[in-house]
Ligand binder design. Structure first.
Ligand code: ZN
Length: 159
């Protein structure tokens, strides 16, 4: 059938080493196979460890907030980091390898998504960052040892 044949593209070679070149390619289904179980693990974990006071609405709100936050962070990374214009040739090669190749060959199916060799360390780094911000800094309960419960309203001494 005319027009339905898939275009085969010879991918731009990024590395001289076949070993490194292998890790620069990934099929899009890898994202589903790798990250859907991780997302489901954290969803089930949040349900499993939810206290009796945690309403299902909080979990849904957290899921939606995480989805929105990650979409925003991914946009910011893409806009400002991946499309950064370095001055040196060496950095230009690095940025081309990380993301520029995706725009140079937008129809190359093995360069549509970030390979696990990059996405797994980034996921761990962002997990740590989000855990630090939302669980440790924002989510940590206040130190109530310096609080006064006397009227008219409870107050806590700072410091
Ligand atoms: Zn881009």
């Amino acid at each position: 059938m005319p027009g339905t044949e898939k275009r085969q593209i010879e991918p731009i070679r990024l590395f001289k080493s076949d070993f490194l070149e292998f890790f620069s390619h990934v099929r899009p289904v890898t994202v589903l196979v790798l990250w859907v179980p991780v997302a489901l693990f954290f969803l089930v974990r949040s349900i499993w460890f939810a206290s009796e006071n945690t309403a299902a609405a909080r979990i849904v709100i957290g899921l939606l907030a995480g989805w929105f936050l990650w979409t925003f962070v991914e946009y910011v990374l893409h806009r400002f980091l991946f499309h950064f214009h370095p001055k040196t040739e060496r950095l230009k090669r690095v940025f081309f390898s990380v993301h520029g190749v995706h725009h140079a060959q937008p129809l190359c199916r093995t360069r549509l998504v970030m390979p696990p060799v990059m996405s797994i360390p980034l996921a761990i780094a962002f997990f740590g960052l989000f855990h630090l911000v939302f669980d440790v800094l924002i989510g940590r309960p206040a130190d109530t040892s310096t609080c006064s419960t006397t009227a008219p309203a409870p107050t806590c001494a700072s410091g």
